[in-house]
Design a protein around this ligand. Structure first.
Ligand code: SAH
Length: 257
C-alpha cells in the first residue's frame, strides 16, 4: 500500500478544540509525529493504532531538526505508513507546515493539510478579547516576534491601526514596543499577554504600551504566549484582567455608534 502524510492542525492545546477531521486522521494513523505545542496529553487514546514520535523534545532535550523531521515522515510514508504530522494551532501559521508539504511533494509522497484553530485568534478569545469589533477594530495583523521587525515594518504596523497579535514575541517585546512608540503608537494603547492558553495554568497580564515591558518582567511572563495590542483588549472579560481595563470597556463601548 502507498503511504501518505497529512499535516494536522491540532488547535491551541485542548482536545475539544481538535476538529472532527483531525480526530478522524488521528484515529486511522499508523504514525504520529507531534510537537511540543500540539495537544498530546491524550494522543494514545486519539491515535490508538499509531506509533507516537515526539519530535519536539527527545531524551537529552534536543529538539529534532527540521530536516530530520521531514526525513522521518517521508521514510515512514515511503514504507507504506499513514503518517500524521500533528502541529500546534494551524499548520500554516508560523508552523513550517508549507516547508513540510513541499518536502513531501519533492519526494513524491501524497500529502494533504487539515487546518486547525490557530492560537492567534483562539487564545485571545478564551479571555473575551475579540480581534475585531465594529467601530473599534476592523483589521488584525498577526506578527511573528521570532526575529525583530525592521524599522520599515514597525512604521507600517504603527500606522495601520487595528489589532496587533504577536506570536513567539516575549523575547522581542521591548524592541517591538519601543519601535511602535517611535512611530507614533499611543503609550496608553492596551496590551494583553496570555500565557499557556487553554491549559490549567493559563494566565493573563494586562498593561499598556508604555508599561508592558516592566509589567511583563515583574510577572516573569514566559513563552508560549500570545500578545494582543489594541483597543479590543479593553473588551476582555477575564476575571484576572485588571480593573482599569474592565472599567475602560464601558467607556469604549459607549464611544461606538
Ligand atoms: N501554528 C501555531 C503557531 C506556531 S508558533 C498556531 O497557529 O497557533 C508558536 C507560538 O504560538 C508560541 O510561541 C505562542 O506565541 C503561540 N502559541 C501557540 N499555542 C499557544 C497557547 N496554547 N497559548 C499561548 N500561546 C500559544
Amino acid at each position: 500500500r502507498t503511504g501518505s502524510v497529512v499535516l494536522v492542525g491540532g488547535g491551541p492545546g485542548s482536545d475539544d478544540l481538535l476538529t472532527v477531521a483531525a480526530t478522524k486522521a488521528l484515529a486511522t494513523a499508523d504514525v504520529v509525529l507531534y510537537d511540543r505545542l500540539s495537544p498530546h496529553s491524550h494522543l494514545a487514546d486519539l491515535a490508538p493504532h499509531a506509533e507516537l514520535i515526539n519530535v519536539g523534545k527527545r531524551p537529552g532535550h534536543h529538539p529534532t531538526s527540521q530536516s530530520e523531521i521531514e526525513r522521518t515522515m517521508i521514510e515512514y510514508a515511503a514504507a507504506g505508513s499513514r503518517v500524521v504530522r500533528l502541529k500546534g494551532g494551524d499548520p500554516y501559521v508560523f508552523g513550517r507546515g508549507s516547508e513540510e508539504v513541499i518536502a513531501c511533494q519533492a519526494a513524491g509522497i501524497p500529502v494533504s493539510v487539515i487546518p486547525g484553530i490557530t492560537s492567534a485568534v483562539s487564545v485571545p478569545a478564551s479571555i473575551g478579547i475579540p480581534l475585531t469589533h465594529r467601530g473599534i477594530s476592523h483589521l488584525f495583523t498577526v506578527v511573528s516576534g521570532h526575529a525583530p521587525l525592521t524599522d520599515n515594518e514597525l512604521e507600517h504596523l504603527a500606522g495601520l491601526g487595528g489589532t496587533i497579535v504577536v506570536l513567539m514575541g516575549i523575547g522581542t517585546l521591548p524592541h517591538l514596543v519601543s519601535g511602535l512608540r517611535r512611530f507614533g503608537a499611543p503609550g496608553d494603547l492596551p496590551v494583553a499577554i496570555v500565557e499557556r492558553g487553554f491549559s490549567p495554568s493559563q494566565r493573563t497580564t494586562t498593561s499598556s504600551l508604555d508599561a508592558v515591558v516592566q509589567d511583563a518582567a515583574l510577572a516573569k511572563v514566559a513563552s508560549p504566549a500570545v500578545i494582543v495590542i489594541g483597543e479590543v483588549v479593553r473588551l476582555a472579560y477575564d476575571g484576572d484582567a485588571e480593573a482599569h481595563i474592565l472599567l475602560a470597556r464601558a467607556e469604549l463601548l459607549a464611544r461606538v455608534d
